[in-house]
Design a protein around this ligand. Sequence first.
Ligand code: MG
Length: 346
Amino acid sequence: MQSNNPKLKLSFKPFTLELKHIFTVASSSRSTTPVVLTEIEYDGLIGFGEASMPPYLGESQQSVMSFLSKVDMIGFSDPCCIEEIVQYVDSIAPGNNAAKASVDIALHDLVGKMKGQPWYSLWGYDPHKALVTSYTIGIDTPEIVKQKAEEASPYKILKVKVAQGNEKAMIEAVRSVTDKPLYVDVNQGWTDRNYALDMSYWMQEQNVLFIEQPLPQEYMDDIAWLSAQSPLPIMADEAIRRLSDLKNRYGMYNGVNIKLMKSTGMHEAHEMLEFAKSVGMKTMIGCMTETSCAISAAAHLSPNADFSDLDGALLIKNDIFEGMKVVDGKIVLNNKPGIGVKLLSF
Ligand code: MG
């Protein structure tokens, strides 16, 4: 039975993801990731969303819940006015990108369910073009890196985190067990553009496909120089969060890693993907450590991207959603409406 005057109702709760391995990048180490799970209920349907807050991005469960408590959906009677609703949510306060993403994802899931279609269909993407996903190997000792590279045998591409001084040791450890293509993520860990260029030549010989965020995002002239000189594409991650960053900085990088937790969700990530392609940039759909809820949401964009790194749910022990699957290293999207997820337990 449809009620005559259905209302949008947002609810949320904190949850802590437990990582399978301690995860180390150039700037930090951790064994858990805090998230907040959201639901938007409307006329008997529920849309699911999620905010994931790796500590270096500055959001926390507390900041997300404080933001979400300010979201008042009472003025909206039609969930399908996605653009209006996400603009309203964005106007509540600056920043809070993951909190905003958690509303946006739940709204997209709800609207897809109302329309009875998965988002890749609503966007006109072919799900069979969904990509292989890379599997991430954090910074560790050569023995552990070798072990992780062996465990990652189902994946066709590995993403290797490096910091200044350990690049060759990290890549040589991986190369001692596999010759599959690699992505390299420096997380702003290099400080010298000539060093970065030398590394790019060396990495090209090691079958690395691109280098992500080699220099600190403030080193704009050096990054533009490196992107022009480098034999491997230079991808932005930390430097480009939202569409406005992309429009300001696209000439500086050869490509961009688009993530829902940076972009404020699916609506803006989709706009970023289309803009980046229109200006000839390489595109990648990436993630934080997230459950299969936010990962599945991101996966709907992957058929139209060049690369994808959607291993976030594979790195955790307590995934409470079922959604997009990784089969033989390839993303497999289901045909369920919305973002295609099922809540298993909480
Ligand atoms: Mg990165």
